[in-house]
Write a new protein. Structure first.
Length: 443
Protein backbone atom coordinates (compact mmCIF):
# COMPACT_ATOMS: atom_id res chain seq x y z
CA UNK A 1 0.00 0.00 0.00
CA UNK A 2 1.46 3.34 -0.99
CA UNK A 3 -0.51 5.48 1.46
CA UNK A 4 -3.30 5.39 4.00
CA UNK A 5 -5.93 7.39 2.17
CA UNK A 6 -9.65 7.35 2.51
CA UNK A 7 -11.15 5.66 -0.52
CA UNK A 8 -13.93 7.63 -2.10
CA UNK A 9 -15.13 7.31 -5.61
CA UNK A 10 -15.85 10.44 -7.59
CA UNK A 11 -16.99 10.27 -11.18
CA UNK A 12 -17.23 6.72 -12.50
CA UNK A 13 -14.59 4.74 -10.71
CA UNK A 14 -11.30 6.31 -11.84
CA UNK A 15 -10.33 7.07 -8.25
CA UNK A 16 -11.46 3.80 -6.73
CA UNK A 17 -8.66 2.38 -4.62
CA UNK A 18 -7.74 -1.29 -4.81
CA UNK A 19 -5.10 -3.58 -3.35
CA UNK A 20 -3.26 -3.52 -6.69
CA UNK A 21 -1.99 -0.06 -5.79
CA UNK A 22 -3.66 2.96 -4.27
CA UNK A 23 -4.09 5.91 -6.56
CA UNK A 24 -2.42 8.94 -5.04
CA UNK A 25 -5.04 11.63 -4.89
CA UNK A 26 -4.74 14.86 -2.96
CA UNK A 27 -7.67 14.98 -0.56
CA UNK A 28 -8.56 16.41 2.84
CA UNK A 29 -8.46 12.88 4.19
CA UNK A 30 -4.77 12.59 3.36
CA UNK A 31 -4.06 15.87 5.07
CA UNK A 32 -5.81 14.56 8.18
CA UNK A 33 -3.53 11.49 8.22
CA UNK A 34 -6.51 9.18 8.07
CA UNK A 35 -6.19 5.92 9.93
CA UNK A 36 -8.46 4.25 7.43
CA UNK A 37 -6.87 1.75 5.07
CA UNK A 38 -7.27 1.51 1.33
CA UNK A 39 -10.18 -0.43 -0.01
CA UNK A 40 -9.02 -3.83 -1.21
CA UNK A 41 -9.97 -5.50 -4.43
CA UNK A 42 -12.89 -7.13 -2.63
CA UNK A 43 -13.91 -3.64 -1.46
CA UNK A 44 -13.40 -4.32 2.21
CA UNK A 45 -11.57 -1.93 4.51
CA UNK A 46 -8.88 -3.26 6.79
CA UNK A 47 -9.68 -2.82 10.50
CA UNK A 48 -8.50 0.36 12.14
CA UNK A 49 -6.11 -0.56 14.91
CA UNK A 50 -6.83 2.34 17.24
CA UNK A 51 -9.27 5.20 17.47
CA UNK A 52 -7.55 8.35 18.72
CA UNK A 53 -8.14 12.06 18.56
CA UNK A 54 -7.30 11.94 14.85
CA UNK A 55 -10.71 10.38 14.21
CA UNK A 56 -12.48 13.71 14.58
CA UNK A 57 -10.03 15.30 12.18
CA UNK A 58 -10.71 12.50 9.73
CA UNK A 59 -14.45 12.96 10.05
CA UNK A 60 -14.19 16.72 9.69
CA UNK A 61 -11.94 16.57 6.66
CA UNK A 62 -13.29 13.61 4.71
CA UNK A 63 -15.37 14.30 1.63
CA UNK A 64 -18.84 12.79 1.65
CA UNK A 65 -20.01 13.00 -1.91
CA UNK A 66 -23.71 13.20 -2.78
CA UNK A 67 -23.32 13.03 -6.53
CA UNK A 68 -25.74 11.27 -8.84
CA UNK A 69 -25.94 7.48 -8.57
CA UNK A 70 -26.49 7.08 -12.31
CA UNK A 71 -24.15 4.57 -13.94
CA UNK A 72 -22.66 3.49 -10.61
CA UNK A 73 -22.04 -0.22 -10.31
CA UNK A 74 -23.01 -2.33 -7.33
CA UNK A 75 -19.39 -2.58 -6.25
CA UNK A 76 -18.91 1.18 -6.59
CA UNK A 77 -21.82 1.74 -4.25
CA UNK A 78 -20.66 -0.98 -1.87
CA UNK A 79 -17.22 0.60 -1.64
CA UNK A 80 -18.62 3.99 -0.75
CA UNK A 81 -21.03 2.44 1.76
CA UNK A 82 -18.13 0.65 3.44
CA UNK A 83 -16.08 3.84 3.65
CA UNK A 84 -18.87 5.83 5.28
CA UNK A 85 -19.75 2.93 7.59
CA UNK A 86 -16.11 2.86 8.70
CA UNK A 87 -16.27 6.58 9.45
CA UNK A 88 -19.36 6.12 11.60
CA UNK A 89 -17.85 3.15 13.42
CA UNK A 90 -14.80 5.28 14.17
CA UNK A 91 -17.04 8.00 15.59
CA UNK A 92 -18.92 5.53 17.82
CA UNK A 93 -15.78 3.86 19.16
CA UNK A 94 -13.89 7.09 19.75
CA UNK A 95 -16.79 8.44 21.86
CA UNK A 96 -17.55 5.10 23.56
CA UNK A 97 -21.06 5.07 22.08
CA UNK A 98 -23.16 1.93 21.52
CA UNK A 99 -23.31 0.47 18.04
CA UNK A 100 -26.71 0.58 16.31
CA UNK A 101 -28.73 -2.62 16.41
CA UNK A 102 -32.25 -3.95 15.90
CA UNK A 103 -32.60 -4.69 19.61
CA UNK A 104 -35.66 -3.20 21.30
CA UNK A 105 -33.22 -1.61 23.77
CA UNK A 106 -31.25 0.25 21.12
CA UNK A 107 -30.98 4.03 21.04
CA UNK A 108 -33.97 5.40 19.06
CA UNK A 109 -31.74 7.70 16.99
CA UNK A 110 -28.23 7.32 15.63
CA UNK A 111 -25.88 8.48 18.43
CA UNK A 112 -24.47 11.91 17.60
CA UNK A 113 -24.75 13.80 20.91
CA UNK A 114 -22.72 16.79 19.72
CA UNK A 115 -24.55 17.11 16.38
CA UNK A 116 -21.20 16.77 14.60
CA UNK A 117 -21.92 17.87 11.01
CA UNK A 118 -19.27 15.52 9.61
CA UNK A 119 -20.92 12.54 11.31
CA UNK A 120 -24.32 13.64 10.01
CA UNK A 121 -22.91 14.01 6.50
CA UNK A 122 -21.51 10.48 6.59
CA UNK A 123 -24.79 9.13 7.98
CA UNK A 124 -26.87 10.79 5.25
CA UNK A 125 -24.49 9.55 2.55
CA UNK A 126 -24.85 6.04 4.00
CA UNK A 127 -28.66 6.31 3.96
CA UNK A 128 -28.67 7.47 0.36
CA UNK A 129 -26.31 4.78 -0.89
CA UNK A 130 -27.85 1.86 1.02
CA UNK A 131 -31.30 2.80 -0.28
CA UNK A 132 -29.96 2.97 -3.83
CA UNK A 133 -28.14 -0.35 -3.45
CA UNK A 134 -31.31 -1.99 -2.13
CA UNK A 135 -33.33 -0.60 -5.03
CA UNK A 136 -30.77 -1.87 -7.53
CA UNK A 137 -30.86 -5.34 -5.98
CA UNK A 138 -34.67 -5.48 -5.90
CA UNK A 139 -35.34 -4.24 -9.39
CA UNK A 140 -38.24 -1.92 -10.19
CA UNK A 141 -40.89 -4.65 -10.27
CA UNK A 142 -40.20 -6.03 -6.80
CA UNK A 143 -42.13 -5.15 -3.66
CA UNK A 144 -40.82 -6.36 -0.34
CA UNK A 145 -42.97 -6.35 2.80
CA UNK A 146 -41.14 -6.10 6.12
CA UNK A 147 -42.37 -8.70 8.61
CA UNK A 148 -42.48 -8.51 12.39
CA UNK A 149 -40.10 -10.65 14.42
CA UNK A 150 -41.32 -14.24 14.83
CA UNK A 151 -39.10 -15.82 17.51
CA UNK A 152 -41.05 -19.07 17.73
CA UNK A 153 -44.17 -20.63 16.21
CA UNK A 154 -47.42 -18.84 17.03
CA UNK A 155 -45.55 -16.01 18.74
CA UNK A 156 -44.60 -12.54 17.60
CA UNK A 157 -42.29 -10.08 19.31
CA UNK A 158 -41.54 -6.41 19.04
CA UNK A 159 -39.15 -5.08 16.48
CA UNK A 160 -37.00 -2.09 17.45
CA UNK A 161 -39.51 0.13 15.64
CA UNK A 162 -42.67 -1.30 17.21
CA UNK A 163 -41.10 -1.27 20.68
CA UNK A 164 -40.61 2.48 20.35
CA UNK A 165 -44.40 2.86 20.29
CA UNK A 166 -44.50 1.38 23.79
CA UNK A 167 -41.45 3.05 25.32
CA UNK A 168 -41.47 6.48 23.62
CA UNK A 169 -44.64 8.46 24.40
CA UNK A 170 -44.04 11.32 21.92
CA UNK A 171 -43.35 8.81 19.14
CA UNK A 172 -46.60 7.02 20.03
CA UNK A 173 -48.42 10.36 19.77
CA UNK A 174 -46.80 11.08 16.41
CA UNK A 175 -47.81 7.67 15.09
CA UNK A 176 -51.40 8.11 16.28
CA UNK A 177 -51.62 11.61 14.77
CA UNK A 178 -50.22 10.33 11.48
CA UNK A 179 -52.59 7.36 11.24
CA UNK A 180 -55.78 9.09 12.38
CA UNK A 181 -55.32 12.61 10.98
CA UNK A 182 -52.54 12.88 8.41
CA UNK A 183 -53.17 9.68 6.42
CA UNK A 184 -56.93 10.26 5.96
CA UNK A 185 -56.14 13.79 4.77
CA UNK A 186 -53.76 12.45 2.13
CA UNK A 187 -56.60 10.40 0.66
CA UNK A 188 -58.59 13.61 0.12
CA UNK A 189 -55.77 15.69 -1.38
CA UNK A 190 -56.77 15.20 -5.03
CA UNK A 191 -60.37 16.19 -4.28
CA UNK A 192 -59.24 19.27 -2.35
CA UNK A 193 -56.94 20.35 -5.17
CA UNK A 194 -59.74 19.95 -7.70
CA UNK A 195 -62.04 22.12 -5.59
CA UNK A 196 -59.39 24.78 -5.03
CA UNK A 197 -58.54 24.89 -8.74
CA UNK A 198 -62.00 26.29 -9.37
CA UNK A 199 -61.10 29.44 -7.42
CA UNK A 200 -58.11 31.77 -7.32
CA UNK A 201 -54.99 31.30 -5.24
CA UNK A 202 -56.38 33.79 -2.75
CA UNK A 203 -59.28 31.41 -2.08
CA UNK A 204 -57.05 28.78 -0.45
CA UNK A 205 -58.36 28.53 3.10
CA UNK A 206 -57.43 26.10 5.86
CA UNK A 207 -61.12 25.20 6.11
CA UNK A 208 -61.02 23.90 2.52
CA UNK A 209 -57.98 21.67 2.99
CA UNK A 210 -57.81 17.93 2.40
CA UNK A 211 -57.81 17.51 6.19
CA UNK A 212 -61.09 19.42 6.50
CA UNK A 213 -62.66 17.23 3.81
CA UNK A 214 -61.46 14.11 5.62
CA UNK A 215 -62.90 15.04 9.03
CA UNK A 216 -66.00 16.78 7.66
CA UNK A 217 -67.72 19.83 9.05
CA UNK A 218 -65.47 22.39 7.37
CA UNK A 219 -63.15 22.64 10.37
CA UNK A 220 -59.56 23.79 10.07
CA UNK A 221 -56.86 21.85 11.93
CA UNK A 222 -56.84 24.46 14.70
CA UNK A 223 -60.62 24.41 15.15
CA UNK A 224 -60.57 20.61 15.12
CA UNK A 225 -58.04 20.38 17.95
CA UNK A 226 -59.60 23.20 20.01
CA UNK A 227 -62.81 21.16 20.23
CA UNK A 228 -61.00 17.90 21.08
CA UNK A 229 -58.60 18.33 24.05
CA UNK A 230 -57.37 14.72 23.94
CA UNK A 231 -56.38 14.99 20.29
CA UNK A 232 -54.84 18.41 20.94
CA UNK A 233 -52.72 16.90 23.70
CA UNK A 234 -51.67 14.11 21.33
CA UNK A 235 -50.82 16.67 18.65
CA UNK A 236 -48.53 18.51 21.09
CA UNK A 237 -46.86 15.18 21.84
CA UNK A 238 -46.47 14.53 18.11
CA UNK A 239 -44.80 17.92 17.67
CA UNK A 240 -42.51 17.07 20.59
CA UNK A 241 -41.52 13.92 18.70
CA UNK A 242 -40.76 16.01 15.60
CA UNK A 243 -38.57 18.22 17.78
CA UNK A 244 -36.63 15.15 18.92
CA UNK A 245 -35.43 14.58 15.37
CA UNK A 246 -31.76 15.54 15.15
CA UNK A 247 -32.44 18.01 12.35
CA UNK A 248 -34.87 19.92 14.59
CA UNK A 249 -32.64 19.96 17.67
CA UNK A 250 -33.17 23.16 19.66
CA UNK A 251 -29.40 23.49 19.82
CA UNK A 252 -29.46 24.70 16.23
CA UNK A 253 -31.48 27.74 17.32
CA UNK A 254 -29.47 28.21 20.51
CA UNK A 255 -26.18 28.20 18.60
CA UNK A 256 -27.29 29.26 15.12
CA UNK A 257 -27.77 32.97 15.83
CA UNK A 258 -25.57 35.56 17.56
CA UNK A 259 -27.67 35.95 20.70
CA UNK A 260 -24.83 37.79 22.40
CA UNK A 261 -25.52 40.90 20.33
CA UNK A 262 -29.00 41.11 21.90
CA UNK A 263 -27.35 41.98 25.23
CA UNK A 264 -29.78 42.12 28.15
CA UNK A 265 -32.70 42.11 25.76
CA UNK A 266 -36.26 40.81 25.80
CA UNK A 267 -37.18 37.91 23.51
CA UNK A 268 -40.88 37.50 22.72
CA UNK A 269 -41.55 33.84 21.85
CA UNK A 270 -44.69 34.22 19.69
CA UNK A 271 -46.75 31.03 19.52
CA UNK A 272 -44.15 29.50 21.82
CA UNK A 273 -46.31 26.67 23.19
CA UNK A 274 -45.04 25.47 26.58
CA UNK A 275 -41.89 27.56 26.27
CA UNK A 276 -39.45 24.73 25.54
CA UNK A 277 -37.38 26.88 23.14
CA UNK A 278 -37.29 29.87 25.49
CA UNK A 279 -36.22 27.57 28.32
CA UNK A 280 -33.36 26.19 26.21
CA UNK A 281 -32.26 29.73 25.31
CA UNK A 282 -32.62 30.98 28.89
CA UNK A 283 -30.38 28.19 30.15
CA UNK A 284 -27.73 29.15 27.60
CA UNK A 285 -27.91 32.98 27.81
CA UNK A 286 -28.30 34.37 31.32
CA UNK A 287 -28.66 38.00 30.15
CA UNK A 288 -31.83 37.36 28.15
CA UNK A 289 -35.42 37.57 29.38
CA UNK A 290 -38.35 35.84 27.67
CA UNK A 291 -42.08 36.35 27.23
CA UNK A 292 -43.79 33.21 25.88
CA UNK A 293 -47.11 33.89 24.14
CA UNK A 294 -49.76 31.30 23.24
CA UNK A 295 -53.34 30.23 23.99
CA UNK A 296 -54.32 30.88 27.62
CA UNK A 297 -54.54 27.21 28.60
CA UNK A 298 -51.19 26.48 26.92
CA UNK A 299 -49.57 29.46 28.67
CA UNK A 300 -51.01 28.29 32.01
CA UNK A 301 -49.57 24.80 31.50
CA UNK A 302 -46.18 26.24 30.55
CA UNK A 303 -46.13 28.51 33.59
CA UNK A 304 -46.96 25.61 35.92
CA UNK A 305 -44.16 23.45 34.49
CA UNK A 306 -41.49 26.19 34.34
CA UNK A 307 -38.27 25.28 36.23
CA UNK A 308 -38.06 27.46 39.34
CA UNK A 309 -34.58 28.78 38.55
CA UNK A 310 -35.97 30.51 35.44
CA UNK A 311 -39.05 32.10 37.01
CA UNK A 312 -37.44 35.57 37.10
CA UNK A 313 -36.53 35.56 33.41
CA UNK A 314 -39.25 33.54 31.66
CA UNK A 315 -42.90 34.62 31.81
CA UNK A 316 -46.04 33.45 30.00
CA UNK A 317 -48.80 35.50 28.43
CA UNK A 318 -52.04 34.67 26.65
CA UNK A 319 -51.93 36.31 23.23
CA UNK A 320 -53.52 35.95 19.80
CA UNK A 321 -50.85 36.60 17.17
CA UNK A 322 -53.54 37.92 14.82
CA UNK A 323 -53.99 40.81 17.27
CA UNK A 324 -51.53 43.74 17.60
CA UNK A 325 -48.43 42.88 19.60
CA UNK A 326 -48.44 44.33 23.12
CA UNK A 327 -44.83 43.75 24.18
CA UNK A 328 -41.89 45.84 23.02
CA UNK A 329 -39.13 43.32 22.43
CA UNK A 330 -35.61 43.17 21.10
CA UNK A 331 -36.32 39.89 19.31
CA UNK A 332 -39.63 38.39 18.19
CA UNK A 333 -39.10 34.66 17.80
CA UNK A 334 -41.56 32.58 15.76
CA UNK A 335 -40.67 28.91 15.37
CA UNK A 336 -42.82 26.88 12.96
CA UNK A 337 -45.63 29.44 13.13
CA UNK A 338 -45.88 31.19 9.76
CA UNK A 339 -45.64 28.01 7.70
CA UNK A 340 -49.05 27.05 9.10
CA UNK A 341 -50.69 29.96 7.33
CA UNK A 342 -51.37 31.32 3.86
CA UNK A 343 -49.23 34.16 2.53
CA UNK A 344 -51.91 36.69 3.49
CA UNK A 345 -52.26 35.39 7.05
CA UNK A 346 -48.51 34.93 7.54
CA UNK A 347 -48.06 38.55 6.44
CA UNK A 348 -50.79 39.59 8.87
CA UNK A 349 -48.96 37.87 11.74
CA UNK A 350 -45.76 39.76 10.91
CA UNK A 351 -47.61 43.04 10.33
CA UNK A 352 -49.01 42.93 13.86
CA UNK A 353 -45.47 42.93 15.27
CA UNK A 354 -44.34 46.13 13.56
CA UNK A 355 -46.06 48.75 15.81
CA UNK A 356 -44.35 47.28 18.89
CA UNK A 357 -40.90 47.04 17.29
CA UNK A 358 -37.97 49.34 17.99
CA UNK A 359 -35.73 50.34 15.09
CA UNK A 360 -33.19 47.80 16.37
CA UNK A 361 -35.68 44.97 16.92
CA UNK A 362 -35.41 41.76 14.96
CA UNK A 363 -37.93 39.15 13.90
CA UNK A 364 -36.52 35.62 13.74
CA UNK A 365 -38.50 32.99 11.84
CA UNK A 366 -37.34 29.41 12.43
CA UNK A 367 -38.67 27.69 9.34
CA UNK A 368 -37.79 25.36 6.49
CA UNK A 369 -36.43 27.29 3.50
CA UNK A 370 -36.90 25.17 0.40
CA UNK A 371 -34.39 25.04 -2.44
CA UNK A 372 -34.43 23.92 -6.05
CA UNK A 373 -34.29 20.16 -6.72
CA UNK A 374 -30.77 18.77 -6.62
CA UNK A 375 -29.25 21.47 -4.39
CA UNK A 376 -29.23 19.40 -1.19
CA UNK A 377 -28.78 15.68 -0.64
CA UNK A 378 -31.67 13.33 -1.30
CA UNK A 379 -32.45 12.69 2.37
CA UNK A 380 -32.87 16.41 3.05
CA UNK A 381 -34.80 16.95 -0.16
CA UNK A 382 -37.17 14.07 0.60
CA UNK A 383 -37.85 15.58 4.02
CA UNK A 384 -38.47 19.03 2.51
CA UNK A 385 -40.89 17.77 -0.14
CA UNK A 386 -42.74 15.51 2.31
CA UNK A 387 -43.29 18.35 4.77
CA UNK A 388 -44.33 20.64 1.91
CA UNK A 389 -47.05 18.19 0.81
CA UNK A 390 -48.12 17.64 4.44
CA UNK A 391 -48.61 21.40 4.90
CA UNK A 392 -50.70 21.46 1.73
CA UNK A 393 -53.00 18.62 2.72
CA UNK A 394 -53.41 19.68 6.35
CA UNK A 395 -53.61 23.47 6.03
CA UNK A 396 -53.69 24.47 2.35
CA UNK A 397 -50.33 26.15 2.79
CA UNK A 398 -46.72 25.33 1.94
CA UNK A 399 -43.08 25.40 2.90
CA UNK A 400 -41.45 28.43 1.30
CA UNK A 401 -38.31 29.28 -0.64
CA UNK A 402 -36.11 32.31 0.07
CA UNK A 403 -38.02 34.26 -2.56
CA UNK A 404 -41.37 33.18 -1.10
CA UNK A 405 -40.37 34.39 2.36
CA UNK A 406 -39.16 37.70 0.98
CA UNK A 407 -42.53 38.17 -0.72
CA UNK A 408 -44.41 37.46 2.52
CA UNK A 409 -42.22 39.92 4.42
CA UNK A 410 -42.78 42.65 1.82
CA UNK A 411 -46.52 41.94 1.83
CA UNK A 412 -46.54 42.39 5.62
CA UNK A 413 -44.88 45.82 5.61
CA UNK A 414 -42.61 47.46 3.07
CA UNK A 415 -40.39 48.64 5.93
CA UNK A 416 -39.56 45.04 6.79
CA UNK A 417 -36.68 43.30 5.03
CA UNK A 418 -35.04 39.89 5.17
CA UNK A 419 -31.54 40.79 6.38
CA UNK A 420 -29.98 37.33 6.47
CA UNK A 421 -30.89 33.66 6.39
CA UNK A 422 -28.83 31.58 8.81
CA UNK A 423 -28.66 27.84 8.06
CA UNK A 424 -26.90 25.90 10.84
CA UNK A 425 -25.12 22.91 9.35
CA UNK A 426 -27.12 19.75 9.93
CA UNK A 427 -30.37 21.60 10.68
CA UNK A 428 -33.59 21.05 8.75
CA UNK A 429 -34.59 24.61 9.58
CA UNK A 430 -33.13 28.00 8.78
CA UNK A 431 -33.27 31.14 10.92
CA UNK A 432 -34.69 34.01 8.85
CA UNK A 433 -33.56 37.35 10.31
CA UNK A 434 -35.90 40.26 9.55
CA UNK A 435 -35.44 43.93 10.48
CA UNK A 436 -36.90 47.37 9.90
CA UNK A 437 -35.26 49.48 7.20
CA UNK A 438 -35.24 53.27 6.96
CA UNK A 439 -37.40 54.66 4.14
CA UNK A 440 -37.17 58.31 3.07
CA UNK A 441 -35.38 59.25 6.25
CA UNK A 442 -38.00 57.70 8.57
CA UNK A 443 -38.28 54.33 10.32
Amino acid sequence: MKSDVLAYRQGHGSNLVSSFGCRERASPAQDANSALRCVTRSYSIKPVATYTSTVHNTLSSAENYHQSHENMSLTDLAARITANAQLLDAHLKSHNLPSPSTSIHTCPDFPNPNNDPAVESARIALLEDTQTLRNYALGPAQVIRELCWNPEPDRVAHTASSAALVTNAPFYDWFGHSVEEVFPASAKLAEALERCSQGGIGDLRAEDSAFSLAVGGGESVFEFFEKRPDKQRRFRGAMEAVGMDGGHDLGFVVGGFDWGKVGRGVVVDVGGSSGFLSIALANAYENLSFVVQDYKHTADEGRAALPSHLSERVSFQAHDFFAPQTVTGDVYLLRHVCHNWSDENAARILRNLVPAMKSSSRILLVEVVTVRPGVVNRVQEKYMRNVDVTMLQMLNTQERSKEDWESVVTLADKRLKVLEIHRPEGSWDSIIEIGLVVMNGHD
